[in-house]
Design a binder for this molecule. Structure first.
Ligand code: TRP
Length: 442
């Protein structure tokens, strides 16, 4: 079984609304429960600084978004599901610089958000660069670093972000070409069947149209907003179109297939707009109200969220960010000078000491026994998934690997162990190296 690493970021520049819930939070939380995946979700607070320069707003939005995701059922366990703040992963700005040095400026010139700003300036007869920060220009590079630092395979995003993922691939490819195969080329994952939610005025629900329904407003406010949804002037008793009805689309996004069919009938039979709105309100509120309670409780305990995010960042750095950056620093030539001094003294090239992969056995909080094999840089190569009932069983796997090397993967039942997608060859090579080293022992 291979593990697919899924990663996505949420810019902390606002308050979550129903559109964010239906389009991103709900499907992502559900997907995080899929077996065979590792999931990295983070608050993109460094990206927020590009558009929000009000410190209190950045802080408030970070708390609200974190509380929303947790209230909607995200369960970070720092093993399969990670939740952290981008700004705490200090490897991200470092990697941003490495990527900046391989990113083509011409590619960044073509980024949609930057180009739109330039076009606006031109239309207004202003200088091209008027009011455009280098931060906006560099946005795609920072985003690439977010993704590449955890070697993510899949990145769930909206359509508007596909170009950014393509750029991340491009930067990774250039880096790999220059320095060796270190970075995974990520792929965008666009959910075709997740509908964009209409807002109060029927256009796409979006902060920029000021037509949103906040995800966790009070029940009363929710009702008021739903009753303000724009409808046509058909009276009760007149048949109504579901096609193009914002009210119907909103209902559909929350209702089961049967409920939706019943509402379609009601429209045909001329349900009054007031009654339809009441039904919509009740349906949405039924889904949201348990989450709203959790949200309100979480908002009362920001210190709990702070601790959770810090722990997420700490473990994510330790297990993933640091080992990768250690390798990349070495790869680009930011190296220990003393090694070179030895070589100069001996007047011969440095012979790299062959570092070996390392097996570790450990016990999880749930009491089960695990092993993991990390490469010489500490980066996990293969690990037990659900674990073993007894330490002996994990030990037996390791012993077999040391005898057979990579071939152990063909000899032994693979269920219950996993490695990252695309790395089977690395795993086999590492196991072979361990077998050979073991055989060479006196
Ligand atoms: N740019 C993304 C957005 O506005 C947010 C984001 C930042 C992101 N870094 C990311 C998304 C990395 C996916 C992966 O929606």
């Amino acid at each position: 079984m291979t593990v697919t690493r899924i990663l996505t970021g949420i810019t902390t520049s606002g308050t979550p609304h129903l559109g964010n819930y239906v389009g991103a939070i709900r499907p992502t939380v559900a997907a995080s429960r899929t077996a065979g995946t590792q999931n990295f979700y983070f608050l993109a607070d460094l990206h927020a600084l590009i558009k929000v320069q009000d410190p209190a707003k950045v802080q408030r939005s970070t708390l609200e978004i974190a509380a929303s995701w947790l209230a909607c059922g995200l369960e970070p366990d720092n093993d399969r599901v990670w939740f952290y703040r981008q700004s705490e992963i200090v490897e991200i700005p470092e990697l941003t610089w490495f990527l900046t040095c391989v990113a083509g400026k011409g590619i960044l010139n073509r980024a949609h958000a930057y180009k739109a700003s330039v076009d606006r300036n031109r239309a207004d007869g202003e200088d091209d660069d008027n009011g455009i920060t280098a931060g906006l220009f560099m946005y795609p590079v920072l985003m690439a670093a977010d993704i590449l630092v955890f070697n993510a395979h899949k990145v769930p995003v909206g359509r508007d972000q596909i170009q950014h993922i393509e750029m991340a691939r491009d930067f990774a490819q250039r880096f790999n070409h220059l320095y060796g195969d270190h970075l995974v080329l990520p792929e965008a994952m666009v959910e075709e069947h997740v509908a964009t939610l209409p807002g109060l005025d029927g256009r796409k629900m979006s902060k920029s149209y000021d037509n949103t329904i906040p995800l966790f407003c009070t029940r009363e406010e929710l009702k008021k907003l739903i009753f303000s949804i724009v409808t046509d002037s058909r009276a009760p008793g007149e048949a109504k179109d579901t096609e193009g009805s914002a009210l119907f689309q909103l209902y559909q996004a929350f209702a089961s297939a049967e409920e939706t069919a019943a509402m379609r009938d009601a429209f045909a039979q001329g349900i009054g707009w007031g009654d339809a709105k009441q039904k919509l309100f009740e349906r949405i509120d039924a889904e949201l109200s348990p989450m709203r309670e959790r949200y309100n409780a979480l908002m009362q305990e920001p210190q709990r969220i702070e601790a959770m995010l810090r722990e997420g960042a700490r473990v994510a750095r330790e297990r993933h960010g640091l080992p990768l950056m250690r390798r990349l620093r070495e790869a680009v030539g930011l190296r220990d000078l003393s090694k070179l001094a030895d070589a100069v003294a001996d007047d011969k090239p440095v012979k790299e000491k062959a570092a070996l992969p390392v097996f570790k056995q450990y016990r999880e909080r749930d009491g089960r026994f695990h092993f993991k094999l990390a490469d010489a840089g500490g980066h996990p190569l293969v690990w037990s998934d659900t674990g073993f009932d007894a330490p002996k069983l994990a030990g037996a796997w390791i012993a077999a690997a040391k005898i057979h090397g990579g071939r152990v993967l063909d000899l032994i039942d693979r269920t219950g162990i996993c490695w990252s997608e695309g790395r089977e060859a690395d795993v086999r090579e590492a196991l072979d190296a361990l077998r050979d080293a073991d055989a060479a022992k006196p």
